[in-house]
Design a protein around this ligand. Structure first.
Ligand code: F6R
Length: 257
């Protein structure tokens, strides 16, 4: 795993947006899986601006959803679908046929998970996955203690995820369960970028990157991925002891292709 530390949120987001753009320029049929949440908001804003400015063609890309809240309709602003639609798909004119997202309103979660896993297999796997990190160390909705041997699945959300998740909604909502891609899919993605910014992520990034790899801190599991970049700002990296990083972690820049 390579670790990349940027001065601030702006430069972290610039770099990540550039990587996404370069990925699509070099592979116009790329299969992308993009997280929602606060962390990648600026990345997506910059991505859209750069894509329009440089006339990058996204019309043959495929987008795979990472996760979704169960019981939250797509018209609600806090849903992952609403987030991706309003920040990426709408502005880049991405067609519905290019998009595979979890339906949080499905009455058959197991079927919903199979549909997502089948879509990923049909597309030949995910070329680039961009994930954020929860303050409890989750990736997608793979909560602490999550299995590593799982594809898409229904999850009972951790208490912290339920309370922190309220920030995405106007008014209090019941978010007890989620649908998520599992760690098998995350570790099978051809390239994985994990981003985190701000002091609120410093403690969890220290655990994930420097302590023993354990399912208690799912973000640390990505250290086993052969093409993974962890991209932090200085605040999120502020508790790391960079002199004695575990041997599988080296400092390095993201390669777009
Ligand atoms: C969102 C997702 C979550 C978030 C994580 C961090 O699709 O999968 O795992 O990436 O909760 O959220 P923020 O970026 O809001 O701190």
């Amino acid at each position: 795993m390579q670790l990349n530390i940027y001065k601030d949120y702006q430069s972290l987001s610039e770099s990540t947006a550039n990587t996404l753009i370069e990925t699509v320029i070099s592979n116009p049929t790329a299969v992308l899986c993009l997280a929602t949440g606060d962390t990648p908001k600026l990345t997506y804003e910059l991505l859209v601006n750069k894509a329009i400015e440089r006339k990058v063609d996204f019309s043959r890309c495929t987008f795979i959803g990472l996760d979704e809240w169960v019981g939250i309709p797509p018209r609600i602003e806090g849903s992952c679908r609403f987030f991706l639609q309003s920040r990426i798909f709408g502005p880049l004119n991405i067609q519905e046929s290019q998009v595979h997202l979890f339906d949080g309103m499905s009455h058959d979660p197991r079927d919903e998970c199979s549909r997502m896993d089948d879509a990923i297999v049909t597309k030949g796997g995910i070329d680039l996955m961009l994930v954020g990190v929860g303050v409890n160390g989750h990736i997608g909705f793979n909560e602490p203690g999550a299995g590593t041997d799982v594809y898409s699945h229904l999850v009972d959300l951790h208490g912290i995820t339920q309370s922190v998740g309220q920030k995405y909604f106007t008014g209090i909502v019941q978010i007890k369960q989620g649908l998520t891609l599992g760690f098998k899919t995350i570790l099978q993605s051809k390239k994985l970028i994990m981003i985190a910014n701000g002091l609120k992520k410093a403690a969890v990034m220290q655990k994930a990157l420097e302590e023993e790899i354990t399912t208690d801190v799912p973000a640390g599991l990505v250290r086993a991925h052969p093409f993974c970049w962890t991209v932090l700002d200085e605040e999120a990296a502020s508790l790391l002891n960079l002199q004695i990083l575990p041997e599988e972690i080296v400092m390095g820049h993201i390669k777009a292709t």
